[in-house]
Design a protein around this ligand. Sequence first.
Ligand SMILES: Cc1cc2nc3c(=O)[nH]c(=O)nc-3n(C[C@H](O)[C@H](O)[C@H](O)COP(=O)(O)O)c2cc1C
Length: 209
Amino acid sequence: MSNESIIDVMYERHSVRKYTDQKITNKVMEKIIQAAGSAPSAWNLQPWKFILVQDQGLKEKLCEAAYGQQQVKEAAVLVIVLGDTQANLNAEGIYSVAANAGYMPESVKNDILANIKRVYDTVPNAGVQLALQNSSYAAMQLMLAAKAEGIDSCPMTGYDSKAVRELLEIPDRYIPTLLVTLGYASQPAHGSGRFPVNQILFYDKFGSR
Ligand SMILES: Cc1cc2nc3c(=O)[nH]c(=O)nc-3n(C[C@H](O)[C@H](O)[C@H](O)COP(=O)(O)O)c2cc1C
């Protein structure tokens, strides 16, 4: 384990848009994606998939779909983080494994499965909302895991979703939540500030400091 704390990694991560030519090995990418997939999710449904793009021709087409943002074609790897709008279909498999492993009795498993079905069947837009929200947690973990490996990133939603879907043959079930460029920085991120804690924190009730 690195000596760097997770909090140091958070502060060191910034959106880098200029990268060297250095490649990222698939072994390192798999480590990062595995770490991203350890994110929490509602009912542990893990509504995410990741497409890694390394092919230069495809990166150039994706750069056009991202309105010409150069980091898309200059990054070593692009990751398209997908949200699964039908993650309820994962439930039976996930909970059977959990029950068989002794993490919960069969009755708890059945209650949870009934709850998941109720929400996905009755709450308007639940599948889309849960897909976007939960896959964003995985995307954040991905960027922090990359940074811990010395790899910089830039999260992006500035792209034509329909064009990205067509280029990468993404089925309707999945939403491209975020495009993340990854690579070794050749120029640092431009500076950015944040609100201080006294402007974002309330105690007990909204507005109380
Ligand atoms: C949801 C989201 C969408 C973003 N889209 C873009 C984008 O399309 N292009 C870009 O250059 N940066 C994009 N960014 C990066 C932000 O500009 C950046 O995170 C913000 O300015 C704070 O700077 P920092 O990440 O360097 O700390 C995006 C960030 C987020 C979280």
